[in-house]
Design a binder for this molecule. Structure first.
Ligand code: NAD
Length: 291
């Protein structure tokens, strides 16, 4: 990479805390090198306290933009000049684009989810989805799926601190899209089973399955799934979660983890900054050595 950094190199950031563990710098810098693009992507430890100065620095240093992650995804909104409509509906930003000092906020997690399905030749428009989770990932997925033409979303969540979010997501979708969203308590297992059996896709966007909850799956009975449906777990580490094992046992045809979504949310941001498609297959092979 040092060979291609010169006086013209354009900087893109990642502003979050903690952030040193992130794969994003490796992903983007390898993609820049592969395509011969003169950009560099660096991670910066930025908290809510230092966020205003960090965002101003995007303008001052004429950076092309930045990724934004926790704890800054909501706090960044008032610091920007405008929001993409989906980011506005999600209420969170993970990508900023700087056009001559004008900062626009986007949320590419939801588009990344939808694109990762398209990569597998799966089309959920006009279909019904059961979605569990109303945190950052669940909200982005729900809003984008609704905007992209999913017909119905049965949104489940525990009655925890995210319940109000779930309520809000259902209201926003019903008010602003043609999708019909309904709110369900995860505690009602009979309801969950019935809704899954009426749906084309079951998507888990909760912390279940991810470290430290690697032994947890919110569906334990393989009989709840239909073999011709999609089961999508947003978790990508581990690559095969407990939920995915249950789905495989049920003979479900399309069982996906969150790796494709992670790559595609990066690819969406990459395209917004550079105008070029990220070489996703090359990056997947390079970083994860798998398809
Ligand atoms: P978050 O903290 O914002 O939301 C957590 C969600 O999980 C909430 O809906 C909460 O109610 C639910 N939850 C937590 N513990 C639970 C439990 N024991 N049982 C049932 N529900 C529970 O987190 P987030 O950032 O939205 O991340 C959620 C998941 O999405 C994680 O597994 C993460 O790995 C995944 N994710 C994937 C990508 C990707 O690109 N593939 C991106 C972001 C997040």
């Amino acid at each position: 990479m040092t060979e291609r950094i010169d006086g013209h190199t354009i900087l893109i950031g990642l502003m979050a805390y903690p952030i040193r563990h992130s794969m994003s710098p490796t992903m983007h810098n390898n993609a820049f090198t592969k395509l011969g693009l003169n950009y560099a992507y660096l991670a910066f430890e930025v908290t809510n306290d230092t966020l205003p100065q960090a965002i101003e620095a995007i303008r001052t240093l004429d950076m092309r933009g930045s990724n934004i992650s926790m704890p800054n995804k909501q706090k960044v909104i008032p610091l920007l000049d405008q929001l993409d409509p989906a980011a506005e509906m999600v209420g969170a930003v993970n990508t900023i684009v700087n056009d001559a000092g004008k900062l626009t906020g986007y949320c590419t997690d939801g588009t990344g989810f939808m694109q990762s399905l398209k990569d597998e030749n799966l089309d959920i428009t006009g279909e019904k989805m059961v979605l569990v989770g109303a945190g950052g990932a669940g909200t982005a997925i729900a809003i984008q799926a609704a905007l992209d033409g999913v017909k119905e979303i049965a949104l489940f969540n525990r009655q925890d601190e995210f319940w109000n979010n779930a309520q809000r997501n259902v209201e926003v979708i019903n008010e602003k899209t043609n999708c019909q969203a309904t709110l369900h308590a995860l505690e009602d297992q009979a309801d969950l089973k019935a809704e899954i059996q009426d749906s084309a896709i079951y998507c888990d966007a909760t912390s279940a399955g991810m470290n430290p909850l690697t032994d947890l799956t919110l569906v334990t009975n393989p009989n709840w799934f239909k073999s011709d449906m999609i089961v999508f777990d947003t978790v990508y580490a581990p690559r095969t979660t407990k939920l995915m094992t249950v789905a495989q046992k049920a003979g479900v045809k399309y069982v996906l983890n969150g790796l494709g979504m992670m790559l595609e949310q990066g690819a969406e941001a990459f395209k917004l900054w550079t105008g070029e498609p990220m070489p996703v297959d090359y990056i997947r092979d390079l970083l994860f050595d798998e398809h």
